[in-house]
Every structure is written in C-alpha cells, then in structure tokens.
Ligand binder design. Structure first.
Ligand code: MN
Ligand code: MN
Length: 299
C-alpha cells in the first residue's frame, strides 16, 4: 500500500523534476557548456527542496544515456546536437525520473516526435492489470510508424524508495517474455528512438557511480566519503562533480574514485552508445499507480 504521505513525496519530487526539466529545455542553447547546464539543473533541484536522484544525464547524439559532465568538462552544445536531458529528483528517497530531448536543427524534429508520441501513447494505456509488453508494443509500433527504431536494450523500470531500478522492466518493444502486469507502485516509462539499429553498447568512459557492499580495507578519506554517501543517498548514483570537498584537485577526486572502484566498492556505469552511431531521442515520465488512481507525476 502506498499511503498518502508517500504519495505526497512522489508528487513533490515530480513537481520539482517537471519544473527543472522545462527550465533546462529553455536554457539549453548552442554555444552553452554542458557543464554549466548540469550545474544549473542540479542547483535548481536543491533550491526547490529536492535532491538529485542521480547526476543529471546530458547525453548528446549517438550517446543514448549515462553521460554526466565531468569536473573539467569542455563540451559545448552545437546547433546540430540532439541533447537528451534526463533528470532524477528524490524526496526522502521517493523518486521522479523524467527526460526530454532538445535539438536546434528542425531536421531532427521527427526523431524527437517519435519518442515523444510513443511516450504519450504508452501513458494512455497504463492502468492496473495491463501487461508491460502491451506498453512495449505500443511504443515499438509508434516509433516504427515514424520510420525509426526503438532501442531494445534500454527499458523503463519500476521505482522504489532509494531504488531507481527496483526489479520490473517496461520494454520498448513487444517483448513476449515480459508478461508482468502493472499494479500499485511507481514506474518510469522511457521510449528511446534512433536512426541506428536500436541497440546500445557500453562506451569506454564512465562518469556515474554508485555504492556497492562495503568490504576490504579503506583509508580514512574513503571511509568518510562512503559514510556521507550512504547516509544521504544509500545506493543512489553520484558523480565526481559532487566530491570536490574531499580533495583539492580534480586528479585527487579521480584517484579516490579509482581506488574505490578497484576495491569493488563502486558500481561503475559506462556511457551507453548506439551501436551504429545512430542519433537517439528519449522522453520519459514517472507514473504513480495508487489504490485509487493513475498519476503521471512529471507531466
Ligand atoms: Mn531517466
Ligand atoms: Mn529511467
């Protein structure tokens, strides 16, 4: 059962995520540094009374997901970029996960429209009792009707307190094996459309991390970092930009992360790249199903 105080926290997270998403969409312009956009987004989340549920993902063109700007990021948005802005907000661990795509070249508008419309159509049919793969079918058919492919190995997901991927997946195609039915709970629905083959692979950089089980010998600074992260966000993801108070230099922060990764204390999330280097668009909303109603918290 989702009680009313929990519903209120989901709604608050949703309100903040939606507002910051819209602000970020109007702020993103050619010539802007990706890093400045990330800092703006995460500051706004905190100003509005939330916490980032994960570092904002600003994935450009053929990068589908999992890129967040690094401390010395130099990347500048160009007028030919397809930018995915994927924002997570949590209030006491209750998460809103939402994304939108921005492009400055009207030629890419149909690619954006494909995933935007797929999300709309998916949301129209979600209610208790509907199967996850029926939602996937609608997403696949919609994206294909625009002449693009859905990304098959990226999925929507159930959400739980302090957990972004809590076990149930919502496929972006008619996956016959995914037969579970929607019931009370929170779910992120996120169609990806691409001009490529519709599969992502891991790239060779990683900018996002989360804690795993703590084991082995740790230095004092490592203990402090792990303690701070665990207390404030448990296993929710983080990035190097949030760790500057632990070291005076960027190199220092990176060395701490390297050491923690080597001790197998960190999950490392590599960027996800479209296999044929196709352009990728994504839209995402969070849906809350209570005993009484279906609410899109980020709409
Ligand atoms: Mn997301
Ligand atoms: Mn998501």
């Amino acid at each position: 059962m989702i009680d009313e105080s929990i519903v209120r926290m989901y709604l608050k997270a949703g309100e903040i995520a939606k507002r910051v998403r819209e602000e970020a969409l109007s702020k993103a312009k050619p010539g802007m540094k990706l890093l400045d956009l990330a800092i703006f987004i995460e500051n706004r989340i905190r100003e509005l009374g939330g916490e980032p549920a994960f570092p904002v993902n600003l994935s450009v063109n053929h990068i589908a997901a999992h890129y967040t700007p690094v401390l010395d990021d130099k990347q500048i948005l160009s007028d030919n970029d397809v930018l995915k802005i994927d924002i997570g907000v949590h209030v006491n661990g209750y998460i809103a996960d939402t994304a939108a795509t921005k492009s400055f070249n009207p030629a890419y508008e149909p690619l954006l429209e494909a995933s935007r419309t797929a999300l709309e159509k998916a949301l129209e049919i979600i209610k208790p009792g509907i199967r996850a793969n029926e939602v996937g079918k609608v997403i696949e058919e919609t994206i294909k009707s625009f002449g693009y492919r859905p990304i098959k190995n990226l999925t929507g997901h159930s959400l739980d307190q302090y957990v972004i991927h809590s076990g149930y997946i919502i496929p972006n195609y008619h996956d016959r094996l995914v037969r579970w039915k929607f019931q009370e709970g929170a779910y992120a629905i996120e169609p990806f459309a691409t001009t490529g083959v519709g599969i992502v692979k891991e790239g060779n950089i990683a900018t996002i991390f989360s804690l795993k089980k703590v084991r082995g010998r740790l230095s004092d600074i490592e203990k402090r970092i792990i303690d701070d992260i665990w207390k404030s966000r448990r296993m929710l993801p983080f990035c190097e930009r949030w760790l500057t108070k632990y070291s005076r230099s960027i190199e220092g922060v990176r060395n701490i992360l390297k050491s923690l990764a080597k001790k197998k204390i960190l999950h490392v999330y590599p960027i996800l790249v479209e296999r044929a280097n196709g352009l990728v668009s994504q839209f995402e909303h969070t849906v809350l199903i209570t005993g009484k109603e279906v609410i899109v918290t980020t709409l």
